[in-house]
Design a protein around this ligand. Structure first.
Ligand SMILES: Cc1cc2nc3c(=O)[nH]c(=O)nc-3n(C[C@H](O)[C@H](O)[C@H](O)COP(=O)(O)O)c2cc1C
Length: 401
């Protein structure tokens, strides 16, 4: 989606400046053309030469050092770029931008550009919380610029706090969805998706539960892929270790019962429901209020069947397009076709979780997509992101028929 996009990356003088080399590399990998400008302070942390090699363009550092006598370079870059990314953004450049100061190449070009401006602050946690920075942040947002929240974690200063430069992978991801927000003509614009993800937890007592190996990665990738095609996505997640994708509405749940409630709250308005979560088939009949104490006896736990979310939706559906997942270890095609019919789903994505590159808690998957009145579509081993994109393409194809 960044293919051919002209992006100006402005690197400023923070310790995270070295990470912007990776950011530039990733933007180019996604198909963007990138030109880089650096403040004088940024060149203390990483050399312009590195960015020149990565971007395959001259790097702008000095407003009076014209690269091309036919152009004024800061106006050229301002007009050339379709997006400006300030990453990392120091407290200083945020202050200057918020006040319209133009005293070097980066600030002057940022004042001259009409491209949308995407800012990625990274700084010491106290600098971030300083009243002046808070004021400047607010002003920049009021001026229509987008600011990505910094991460919280271990800072270069040697202590924990908010202010870390987000992972370049997440920045690229957020830039993509930021650009999508203004695009109205995508295949899923106006469609409401509900995606479930993760393995549900069925509590035995306040500290113990029954769960499964699902990481939630497949569901999150599907939510992102649907969002990237313009859908309005609600992610009902039982996974607590993945970052909420930008622009996706998140509903966090624990148990199969909670997931049932959350999904049915969205059911009427939903156009497409993708059940990628590994929902427990059983839940303890009794949940102890206090921690179950060890005794000399064996312990018997009685399990009750949980409500089958997909099958219930299959019975209740009016206009909704239902996608289920079948994680099997044998006779995959047989079970998947059976599930398609029995649950009245429109599509079943089957994976053989006994295969080394497929299924729970992996970054890759290998699936077969079964849908009513269609030949199965085999999706060979690839990343979950790519598998998700293929599934969403198949949903779009099937819905447009
Ligand atoms: C070792 C070191 C690390 C720094 N890291 C940051 C940082 O992460 N964020 C920040 O806002 N300023 C940081 N600064 C301060 C900026 O470099 C300083 O404010 C500078 O004037 C910023 O200039 P610029 O905004 O033109 O790039 C750091 C300074 C030093 C010496």
């Amino acid at each position: 989606m960044l293919k051919g996009k002209k992006i100006a990356v402005y690197i400023t003088g923070g310790i995270a400046a070295y990470k912007s080399a990776d950011l530039v590399r990733r933007l180019i990998k996604e198909g963007a053309e990138v030109k880089v400008a650096m403040t004088s302070a940024a060149t203390e942390f990483i050399t312009p030469y590195t960015l020149q090699i990565l971007s395959k363009h001259d790097v702008y550092t000095d407003i009076f050092d014209e690269k091309d006598s036919a152009n004024v370079s800061h106006i050229h870059l301002a007009d050339w770029s379709e997006l400006a990314v300030v990453a990392p953004a120091t407290a200083n450049i945020m202050a200057k931008m918020a006040n319209g100061i133009a005293d070097d190449f980066a600030t002057t070009t940022l004042l001259a550009t009409t491209a949308p401006i995407f800012i990625v602050p990274a700084m010491n946690t106290h600098m971030l919380g300083n009243a002046a920075t808070v004021r400047n942040w607010k002003q920049l947002e009021e001026d229509g610029h987008f600011i990505m929240e910094p991460d919280t974690g271990f800072l270069a200063e040697g202590y924990e706090g908010k202010g870390r430069f987000p992972e370049p992978e997440n920045i690229v991801e957020t830039i993509q969805s930021f650009l999508l927000r203004n695009q109205q003509d995508l295949p899923l614009t106006g469609k409401k998706f509900v995606v479930t993800a993760g393995g549900t937890k069925e509590r035995l007592d306040p500290v113990r539960y029954i769960t499964n190996d699902s990481s939630g990665k497949m569901g999150y990738s599907l939510a992102i892929a649907a969002r990237n095609m313009g859908a309005d996505v609600t992610l009902v997640s039982a996974s607590d270790n993945l970052e909420t994708p930008f622009g996706v509405q998140m509903v966090s749940v624990d148990s199969a019962g909670q997931m049932y409630e959350a999904v049915f709250k969205e059911f009427e308005q939903a156009d497409v429901i993708i059940m990628a979560a590994a929902v427990s088939d059983y839940t303890p009949k009794n949940q102890a209020k206090q921690k179950i104490k060890k005794s000399e006896e064996d312990l018997t736990i009685f399990l009750a069947k949980t409500k089958d979310i997909l099958a219930t939706m299959g019975q209740k559906k009016t206009h909704q397009f239902l996608v289920g997942f079948a994680a099997e270890t044998h006779d995959v095609a047989k079970y998947a076709k059976g599930k398609l019919e029995k649950k009245k789903a429109d599509m079943i994505v089957a994976n053989d979780v006994s295969k080394p590159h497929a299924g729970f808690n992996k970054d890759t998957n290998e699936v077969t997509i079964f849908s009513t009145d269609e030949e199965p579509v085999e999706v060979s081993v690839r990343t979950k992101k790519e598998v998700a994109e293929e599934i969403i393409q198949q949903v779009i194809k099937k819905m447009s028929k």
